[in-house]
Design a protein around this ligand. Structure first.
Ligand SMILES: Nc1ncnc2c1ncn2[C@@H]1O[C@H](COP(=O)(O)OP(=O)(O)OP(=O)(O)O)[C@@H](O)[C@H]1O
Length: 256
Protein backbone atom coordinates (compact mmCIF):
# COMPACT_ATOMS: atom_id res chain seq x y z
CA UNK A 1 0.00 0.00 0.00
CA UNK A 2 1.02 3.69 -0.19
CA UNK A 3 2.19 3.94 3.42
CA UNK A 4 4.62 6.75 2.52
CA UNK A 5 1.77 9.05 1.41
CA UNK A 6 0.66 11.58 4.05
CA UNK A 7 -2.77 10.82 5.49
CA UNK A 8 -5.36 13.32 4.21
CA UNK A 9 -6.97 15.56 6.83
CA UNK A 10 -10.36 14.69 5.38
CA UNK A 11 -11.31 12.10 2.85
CA UNK A 12 -14.89 11.76 1.67
CA UNK A 13 -15.64 8.56 -0.20
CA UNK A 14 -18.88 8.17 -2.10
CA UNK A 15 -20.98 10.16 0.37
CA UNK A 16 -24.65 9.94 -0.52
CA UNK A 17 -27.79 11.41 1.03
CA UNK A 18 -31.36 11.35 -0.16
CA UNK A 19 -34.25 13.33 1.34
CA UNK A 20 -37.38 11.62 -0.03
CA UNK A 21 -37.24 12.09 -3.80
CA UNK A 22 -34.39 14.57 -3.58
CA UNK A 23 -30.86 13.24 -4.04
CA UNK A 24 -29.02 15.95 -2.10
CA UNK A 25 -25.53 14.41 -2.24
CA UNK A 26 -24.64 11.93 -4.95
CA UNK A 27 -21.60 9.65 -4.35
CA UNK A 28 -19.42 12.61 -3.51
CA UNK A 29 -15.70 11.99 -3.07
CA UNK A 30 -13.14 14.60 -2.07
CA UNK A 31 -9.65 14.62 -0.58
CA UNK A 32 -8.60 17.55 1.59
CA UNK A 33 -4.80 17.49 2.01
CA UNK A 34 -3.38 18.09 5.47
CA UNK A 35 -2.28 21.72 5.84
CA UNK A 36 -4.62 23.08 3.17
CA UNK A 37 -7.16 25.85 3.39
CA UNK A 38 -9.85 24.27 1.25
CA UNK A 39 -12.85 26.15 -0.17
CA UNK A 40 -16.13 24.41 -0.92
CA UNK A 41 -18.32 26.40 -3.28
CA UNK A 42 -21.56 25.72 -5.10
CA UNK A 43 -24.94 27.26 -5.88
CA UNK A 44 -27.81 27.33 -3.36
CA UNK A 45 -29.03 23.82 -2.71
CA UNK A 46 -25.87 22.19 -4.16
CA UNK A 47 -25.46 19.96 -1.10
CA UNK A 48 -22.63 21.75 0.73
CA UNK A 49 -24.26 21.83 4.17
CA UNK A 50 -25.50 18.25 3.79
CA UNK A 51 -21.99 17.11 2.80
CA UNK A 52 -20.26 18.91 5.67
CA UNK A 53 -22.88 17.62 8.14
CA UNK A 54 -22.21 14.04 7.05
CA UNK A 55 -18.45 14.64 7.12
CA UNK A 56 -18.52 15.83 10.73
CA UNK A 57 -20.89 13.30 12.25
CA UNK A 58 -24.03 15.45 12.43
CA UNK A 59 -26.01 13.66 9.73
CA UNK A 60 -25.81 9.95 8.97
CA UNK A 61 -25.01 9.26 5.30
CA UNK A 62 -27.10 6.77 3.32
CA UNK A 63 -23.80 5.51 1.90
CA UNK A 64 -20.12 6.40 1.84
CA UNK A 65 -17.45 7.28 4.36
CA UNK A 66 -15.90 10.33 5.99
CA UNK A 67 -12.33 9.68 7.13
CA UNK A 68 -10.69 12.30 9.35
CA UNK A 69 -6.93 11.91 9.69
CA UNK A 70 -7.38 8.20 9.06
CA UNK A 71 -10.31 7.79 11.49
CA UNK A 72 -13.71 6.81 10.11
CA UNK A 73 -16.25 9.30 11.47
CA UNK A 74 -19.19 6.93 11.48
CA UNK A 75 -17.30 3.88 12.82
CA UNK A 76 -15.20 5.61 15.49
CA UNK A 77 -17.17 8.81 16.13
CA UNK A 78 -15.74 9.68 19.57
CA UNK A 79 -12.18 9.46 18.30
CA UNK A 80 -12.97 11.30 15.04
CA UNK A 81 -14.85 14.12 16.78
CA UNK A 82 -11.83 14.92 18.96
CA UNK A 83 -9.98 15.72 15.73
CA UNK A 84 -12.52 18.07 14.21
CA UNK A 85 -13.97 21.47 15.08
CA UNK A 86 -17.27 22.21 13.43
CA UNK A 87 -19.07 25.44 12.66
CA UNK A 88 -22.38 24.34 11.28
CA UNK A 89 -25.02 26.30 9.43
CA UNK A 90 -28.32 26.08 11.25
CA UNK A 91 -27.48 23.89 14.25
CA UNK A 92 -29.05 25.29 17.42
CA UNK A 93 -26.68 26.56 20.10
CA UNK A 94 -27.55 26.46 23.80
CA UNK A 95 -28.28 30.15 23.52
CA UNK A 96 -29.59 30.76 27.05
CA UNK A 97 -25.98 30.44 28.16
CA UNK A 98 -23.71 33.46 28.02
CA UNK A 99 -20.99 33.43 25.38
CA UNK A 100 -18.39 32.61 28.01
CA UNK A 101 -20.48 29.78 29.46
CA UNK A 102 -21.19 28.32 26.03
CA UNK A 103 -17.54 28.10 24.99
CA UNK A 104 -16.59 26.79 28.45
CA UNK A 105 -19.29 24.13 28.22
CA UNK A 106 -17.96 23.01 24.83
CA UNK A 107 -14.42 22.75 26.19
CA UNK A 108 -15.56 20.69 29.18
CA UNK A 109 -17.54 18.39 26.87
CA UNK A 110 -14.24 17.50 25.21
CA UNK A 111 -12.86 16.43 28.58
CA UNK A 112 -10.49 19.35 29.09
CA UNK A 113 -9.68 20.53 32.62
CA UNK A 114 -11.25 23.76 33.90
CA UNK A 115 -8.03 25.79 34.09
CA UNK A 116 -7.08 25.06 30.47
CA UNK A 117 -10.63 25.76 29.31
CA UNK A 118 -10.71 29.10 31.17
CA UNK A 119 -7.43 30.20 29.60
CA UNK A 120 -8.54 29.25 26.09
CA UNK A 121 -11.97 30.83 26.49
CA UNK A 122 -10.28 34.11 27.46
CA UNK A 123 -7.95 33.93 24.45
CA UNK A 124 -10.78 33.14 22.02
CA UNK A 125 -13.11 35.87 23.29
CA UNK A 126 -10.27 38.39 22.93
CA UNK A 127 -9.30 37.16 19.46
CA UNK A 128 -12.89 37.35 18.23
CA UNK A 129 -13.64 40.76 19.82
CA UNK A 130 -16.31 39.28 22.06
CA UNK A 131 -14.87 40.18 25.46
CA UNK A 132 -17.47 42.85 26.17
CA UNK A 133 -20.26 40.39 25.30
CA UNK A 134 -18.81 37.51 27.34
CA UNK A 135 -21.53 37.83 30.01
CA UNK A 136 -24.46 38.34 27.61
CA UNK A 137 -26.78 35.41 26.78
CA UNK A 138 -26.08 34.20 23.24
CA UNK A 139 -29.79 34.55 22.38
CA UNK A 140 -29.23 38.35 22.55
CA UNK A 141 -26.23 38.30 20.18
CA UNK A 142 -26.40 39.66 16.64
CA UNK A 143 -26.09 37.18 13.75
CA UNK A 144 -22.40 37.97 13.29
CA UNK A 145 -21.65 37.69 17.02
CA UNK A 146 -23.44 34.34 17.09
CA UNK A 147 -21.28 33.16 14.18
CA UNK A 148 -18.15 34.22 16.07
CA UNK A 149 -19.11 32.52 19.34
CA UNK A 150 -19.91 29.33 17.39
CA UNK A 151 -16.44 29.58 15.87
CA UNK A 152 -14.94 29.88 19.36
CA UNK A 153 -16.83 26.69 20.32
CA UNK A 154 -15.33 24.94 17.28
CA UNK A 155 -11.80 25.98 18.21
CA UNK A 156 -11.66 25.48 21.96
CA UNK A 157 -10.41 21.87 21.88
CA UNK A 158 -7.66 22.77 19.36
CA UNK A 159 -8.85 20.39 16.62
CA UNK A 160 -6.56 19.30 13.78
CA UNK A 161 -9.29 19.94 11.21
CA UNK A 162 -11.76 22.82 11.12
CA UNK A 163 -14.96 22.43 9.11
CA UNK A 164 -16.67 25.78 8.69
CA UNK A 165 -20.00 26.21 6.96
CA UNK A 166 -20.36 29.84 5.81
CA UNK A 167 -18.20 31.33 8.59
CA UNK A 168 -18.19 34.83 7.09
CA UNK A 169 -21.91 35.22 6.57
CA UNK A 170 -23.20 38.25 8.56
CA UNK A 171 -19.73 38.96 9.95
CA UNK A 172 -18.47 42.55 9.68
CA UNK A 173 -15.36 43.25 7.53
CA UNK A 174 -13.01 43.85 10.47
CA UNK A 175 -14.05 40.63 12.21
CA UNK A 176 -13.90 38.78 8.88
CA UNK A 177 -10.32 39.96 8.35
CA UNK A 178 -9.43 38.88 11.92
CA UNK A 179 -11.00 35.46 11.33
CA UNK A 180 -9.13 35.13 8.02
CA UNK A 181 -5.83 35.94 9.74
CA UNK A 182 -6.63 33.45 12.48
CA UNK A 183 -7.37 30.69 9.95
CA UNK A 184 -4.18 31.42 8.03
CA UNK A 185 -2.17 31.19 11.27
CA UNK A 186 -3.99 28.00 12.22
CA UNK A 187 -2.98 26.43 8.89
CA UNK A 188 0.63 27.63 9.30
CA UNK A 189 0.58 25.89 12.68
CA UNK A 190 -0.25 22.55 11.02
CA UNK A 191 -4.06 22.71 11.02
CA UNK A 192 -6.37 22.13 8.05
CA UNK A 193 -9.50 24.13 7.21
CA UNK A 194 -12.40 23.37 4.91
CA UNK A 195 -14.72 26.31 4.47
CA UNK A 196 -17.90 26.70 2.46
CA UNK A 197 -18.65 30.12 1.06
CA UNK A 198 -20.57 31.95 -1.63
CA UNK A 199 -17.96 34.69 -1.83
CA UNK A 200 -15.70 33.64 -4.70
CA UNK A 201 -13.33 36.54 -4.29
CA UNK A 202 -12.70 35.58 -0.68
CA UNK A 203 -12.17 31.92 -1.56
CA UNK A 204 -9.77 32.88 -4.36
CA UNK A 205 -7.73 35.11 -2.02
CA UNK A 206 -7.82 32.95 1.10
CA UNK A 207 -7.86 29.32 -0.01
CA UNK A 208 -5.18 27.23 -1.70
CA UNK A 209 -7.61 24.49 -2.84
CA UNK A 210 -11.22 24.57 -3.95
CA UNK A 211 -13.99 22.19 -4.95
CA UNK A 212 -17.02 23.28 -6.96
CA UNK A 213 -20.13 21.22 -6.23
CA UNK A 214 -23.49 21.30 -7.92
CA UNK A 215 -26.48 18.96 -7.58
CA UNK A 216 -24.59 16.91 -4.99
CA UNK A 217 -21.59 16.17 -7.21
CA UNK A 218 -18.07 17.56 -7.53
CA UNK A 219 -17.72 19.43 -10.84
CA UNK A 220 -14.09 20.44 -10.33
CA UNK A 221 -11.54 20.13 -7.54
CA UNK A 222 -7.87 20.93 -7.05
CA UNK A 223 -5.66 23.88 -6.29
CA UNK A 224 -7.39 27.23 -6.82
CA UNK A 225 -5.09 27.92 -9.78
CA UNK A 226 -5.89 24.56 -11.37
CA UNK A 227 -9.63 25.05 -11.01
CA UNK A 228 -9.80 28.66 -12.19
CA UNK A 229 -7.26 28.36 -15.05
CA UNK A 230 -6.99 31.72 -16.82
CA UNK A 231 -10.31 33.00 -15.44
CA UNK A 232 -11.29 34.42 -12.09
CA UNK A 233 -12.81 31.82 -9.77
CA UNK A 234 -16.12 33.63 -10.04
CA UNK A 235 -16.18 33.39 -13.87
CA UNK A 236 -15.07 29.77 -13.75
CA UNK A 237 -17.78 29.00 -11.19
CA UNK A 238 -20.50 30.52 -13.40
CA UNK A 239 -19.12 28.66 -16.42
CA UNK A 240 -19.13 25.33 -14.54
CA UNK A 241 -22.45 25.72 -12.82
CA UNK A 242 -24.39 27.60 -15.50
CA UNK A 243 -27.76 29.16 -14.77
CA UNK A 244 -27.08 32.83 -15.66
CA UNK A 245 -30.26 34.60 -16.81
CA UNK A 246 -29.82 37.07 -19.61
CA UNK A 247 -33.40 38.32 -19.73
CA UNK A 248 -34.37 41.69 -18.24
CA UNK A 249 -36.78 40.32 -15.66
CA UNK A 250 -40.56 40.82 -15.56
CA UNK A 251 -42.19 43.97 -16.93
CA UNK A 252 -43.76 44.90 -13.58
CA UNK A 253 -40.33 45.32 -11.99
CA UNK A 254 -39.39 48.09 -14.44
CA UNK A 255 -40.16 51.67 -13.46
CA UNK A 256 -38.91 53.44 -16.59
N1 LIG B 1 -33.55 18.09 6.15
C1 LIG B 1 -33.84 18.16 4.85
N2 LIG B 1 -35.01 17.66 4.39
C2 LIG B 1 -35.30 17.70 3.07
N3 LIG B 1 -34.51 18.24 2.14
C3 LIG B 1 -33.34 18.76 2.54
C4 LIG B 1 -32.94 18.75 3.91
N4 LIG B 1 -31.72 19.34 4.00
C5 LIG B 1 -31.38 19.69 2.75
N5 LIG B 1 -32.34 19.34 1.87
C6 LIG B 1 -32.28 19.53 0.41
O1 LIG B 1 -31.04 19.02 -0.05
C7 LIG B 1 -30.48 19.88 -1.04
C8 LIG B 1 -29.10 20.33 -0.59
O2 LIG B 1 -29.24 21.23 0.50
P1 LIG B 1 -27.99 21.87 1.27
O3 LIG B 1 -28.54 22.66 2.40
O4 LIG B 1 -27.01 20.81 1.56
O5 LIG B 1 -27.38 22.83 0.13
P2 LIG B 1 -26.29 23.99 0.24
O6 LIG B 1 -25.33 23.76 -0.88
O7 LIG B 1 -25.72 24.05 1.61
O8 LIG B 1 -27.18 25.28 -0.07
P3 LIG B 1 -27.01 26.84 0.36
O9 LIG B 1 -25.83 27.35 -0.40
O10 LIG B 1 -28.29 27.44 -0.15
O11 LIG B 1 -26.86 26.89 1.84
C9 LIG B 1 -31.48 21.01 -1.26
O12 LIG B 1 -32.29 20.69 -2.36
C10 LIG B 1 -32.29 21.01 0.01
O13 LIG B 1 -33.61 21.46 -0.23
Amino acid sequence: MHSDLPVAALELRGLTKRFGEKLAVDKLSLTVPTGSLYGLVGPNGAGKTTTLSMATGLLRPDAGQSIIHGVDMWRRPLEAKQLVGNLSDGVKLFDRLTGEQLVTYNGLLFGMDRATVAERVGDLLRLLDLESAAGTPVVDYSAGMTKKIALACALVHAPKLLVLDEPFESVDPVSAANIRDMLTEYVKGGGTVIVSSHVMDLVQRMCDHVAVVSAGRVLAAGTVDEVRGDSSLEDRFVELVGGRHHSEGPEWLRHS
